[in-house]
Design a protein around this ligand. Structure first.
Ligand code: UN1
Length: 500
C-alpha cells in the first residue's frame, strides 16, 4: 500500500492535499505525503466563534441524547479502525499493532462516555437550615480547546472530545503540525456520526485547526474557550498553563513523564523482562508513559541487565507497517539528534551504553531508525532526570527499599510508575502515601499502556491534569451549588440574626 492508498482508505482525497505551506512527511521513509494550508489566527478565531455558537444549542440537548452522538462516533470508529490505524502508523511511525491499539482506545472511551452520558451525577447535601434543600449540579461549561501531540495523534483527542461532547461542550482541536492528516480523517469520521445523528447537532461542534503556535494561542488566550486540555512537552505546558490561567480559564495538562520501574529482589524476572521490553522500546520510546528509568535491586541487577541486553538484540526494527517489526522510526531528525545528545551526556556522566546507534540509514536515508539503548548509570545523574523522547533506558541499582523510593521520586516529572515484586509489603508500600508520587502506580505491570477507565495524568511537571476515565469528566463541566428554600421562613446560615 503506498501513502496515497492509505490516505484514500482513511477517507482523505490525496488530490486535495497537494498544495500549501505545511508539508507532512512520513517518518517511515521521510517522504512528503501531503501538503496543506495552515490556518491563521484570524481563521482560528472564526472557528472558535462557530464553536461558541454551537454551545448555545448543544448545552440544551439532553445529555443522554448527546451520548447518542458519541455512540455513533464509536460505531464509525469501529468501521474505520483498520484504515485509521494504518494512517496513524504512516503519519507518526508507531507499529501498525499500536496504531490499531490507539484507535481501540478511541472506541473504548466512546463506550465509556456513552454510559457516562446517563451518569453525570450530582450530589444531595444536608442543609443546616430547616425546609431547605441543597444539591450540587453539573452543567456544560463551554468550548473545550484540545491540543494534542504527534506521538498519540488521535487517542488523547478522543479522551477529551468524547467526554466534552457528552458534557455539552463543543471542541476545537489543534493537532500536532506533524500529524494533521489523522486529525482530518478523524474529523471526517466525526462528521459521518453527526450526519447519522440528525438535526440537533449544531455546526461547529468539532472544529479542527491545523497550524502552529499562533493557532494554539487563539485557544489559550480566548475567553470563549473556558477549558484548554493540552498534551505535550513540559515546555509547551509551561506556556499554555500560565496563559490560560491569566484569563482565569481552566487547563488540563498532560505533559512529560520520566517513568520508572523498581525491580525488587523477589520480582518475577521473566515477567519484568517482557514488561520492560514493551514499555521501554514500544513506540520507539515516544510515549509519555515510556519506561525510562529502571531501579533494580543489586542482587538481581546483573542478571536482569544480561537478559535485557539479549532481548534488545532480538528486537526487530524497521518499517512499522510490517507486522513483525516491533520498533519503528523516531519522528524526525531533531528527535534523533536529541537522543544522541542525551547518550553523549550520559556517557560523560559515567554511563556504559549498549545500543542507541542509527540503523537502516542506507535503506531509509531520510528516516531515523535507532537501536533502543540501555544506559547503565553510576547514579541518577542530571540527564536521567530529564525526559528525552527516545528509547533510552537508564539502569540504576539500589540496596534498601527507602533508597529505591527516594531515587524513584527524585525527578521533576510524576506521570507513571511501577514496581515488580512478589512481596505484598513492598507492593503496598509502593502504592501507599509513602510510595510512588506519580499519577499512575502499577504493580507487576509496566508503566505504559494504561486503560481508559482510570483517570490519566500525573503530578509535578507532568502538569496535574486528569483525562479519560474515573471522574475526569468533571473537568469539562461547571459545578453549581444549589439551595432551595421551601420553608416559607428565612433562616440564615450560621444562625445569623438579621431582623429589622
Ligand atoms: C501518551 O503517550 O501521550 O498509557 C499517552 C499509555 C497510553 C497513552 C499514552 N494509553 O501508554
Amino acid at each position: 500500500m503506498d501513502a496515497n492508498d492509505v490516505l484514500t482508505a482513511a477517507g482523505l482525497d490525496p488530490s486535495n492535499l497537494q498544495e500549501g505551506d505545511l508539508q507532512v512527511t512520513s517518518p517511515i521513509d521521510g517522504q512528503v505525503i501531503a501538503r496543506m494550508q495552515q490556518h491563521r489566527r484570524a481563521e482560528a478565531e472564526v472557528a472558535v466563534a462557530r464553536a461558541a455558537a454551537a454551545f448555545e444549542t448543544w448545552r440544551a440537548v439532553p445529555a443522554p441524547r448527546r451520548g447518542e452522538l458519541v455512540r455513533l462516533l464509536g460505531e464509525e470508529l469501529r468501521t474505520a479502525k483498520d484504515p485509521l490505524g494504518r494512517l496513524v502508523t504512516l503519519e507518526c511511525g508507531k507499529s501498525f499493532q499500536e496504531g490499531l491499539g490507539e484507535v481501540q482506545e478511541m472506541i473504548d472511551i466512546c463506550d465509556f462516555a456513552v454510559g457516562l452520558s446517563r451518569q453525570l451525577y450530582g450530589l444531595t447535601i444536608a442543609s443546616e437550615r430547616p425546609g431547605h434543600a441543597m444539591s450540587e449540579r453539573w452543567h456544560p461549561i463551554g468550548v473545550c480547546g484540545v491540543i494534542t501531540a504527534f506521538n498519540f495523534p488521535v487517542a488523547p483527542w478522543a479522551w477529551n472530545a468524547a467526554l466534552a461532547i457528552v458534557c455539552g461542550d463543543p471542541v476545537v482541536w489543534k493537532p500536532s503540525e506533524k500529524t494533521p492528516l489523522t486529525a482530518l480523517a478523524t474529523k471526517a469520521i466525526f462528521d459521518r456520526a453527526v450526519s447519522r445523528f440528525g438535526g440537533d447537532a449544531p455546526e461547529g461542534l468539532l472544529e479542527v485547526l491545523v497550524g502552529g503556535r499562533d493557532v494554539g494561542e487563539a485557544l489559550t488566550d480566548d475567553p470563549r474557550v473556558p477549558v484548554v486540555s493540552a498534551t505535550g512537552s513540559t515546555r509547551m505546558g509551561a506556556q499554555v498553563g500560565p496563559r490560560v490561567a491569566a484569563r482565569f480559564g481552566r487547563s488540563i495538562l498532560e505533559l512529560g513523564g520520566n517513568n520508572a520501574m523498581i525491580v525488587t529482589a523477589s520480582a518475577d524476572l521473566d515477567l519484568a523482562v517482557r514488561a520492560i521490553l514493551f514499555a521501554a522500546v514500544g513506540t520507539a520510546g515516544q510515549r509519555c508513559t515510556t519506561l525510562r528509568r529502571l531501579i533494580v535491586h543489586e542482587d538481581v541487577r546483573q542478571e536482569l541487565v544480561q537478559r535485557l541486553k539479549a532481548a534488545y538484540e532480538q528486537v526487530r526494527i524497521g518499517d512499522p507497517m510490517v507486522e513483525t517489526n516491533l520498533v519503528g522510526p523516531l519522528i524526525d531528525r531533531d528527535a534523533f539528534d536529541s537522543m544522541q545528545k542525551a547518550l553523549q551526556t550520559a556517557k560523560a556522566e559515567g554511563a556504559t551504553v549498549h545500543g542507541g546507534e542509527r540503523v537502516l540509514a542506507d535503506e531509509a536515508p531520510w528516516a531515523f531508525y535507532v537501536r533502543p539503548a540501555i544506559a547503565e548509570m553510576p547514579s541518577q545523574t542530571g540527564i536521567v532526570r530529564e525526559e528525552t523522547f527516545a528509547p533510552i533506558l537508564y539502569v540504576m541499582g539500589y540496596r534498601e527499599w527507602d533508597e529505591a523510593i527516594a531515587i524513584h521520586n527524585d525527578v521533576p516529572q510524576g506521570l507513571s510508575s511501577c514496581v515488580f515484586t512478589r512481596d505484598l509489603g513492598e507492593a503496598e508500600r509502593f502504592v501507599s502515601a509513602l510510595g510512588s508520587d506519580c499519577g499512575i502506580a502499577n504493580v507487576n505491570i509496566g508503566p505504559s499502556g494504561a486503560e481508559i477507565g482510570g483517570a490519566f495524568g500525573g503530578e509535578k511537571h507532568t502538569g496535574g491534569g486528569r483525562e479519560s476515565g474515573s471522574d475526569a469528566w468533571k473537568g469539562y463541566m461547571r459545578r453549581q451549588t444549589v439551595t432551595v428554600n421551601y420553608s416559607g421562613a428565612l433562616p440564615l446560615a450560621q444562625g445569623i440574626k438579621f431582623e429589622l
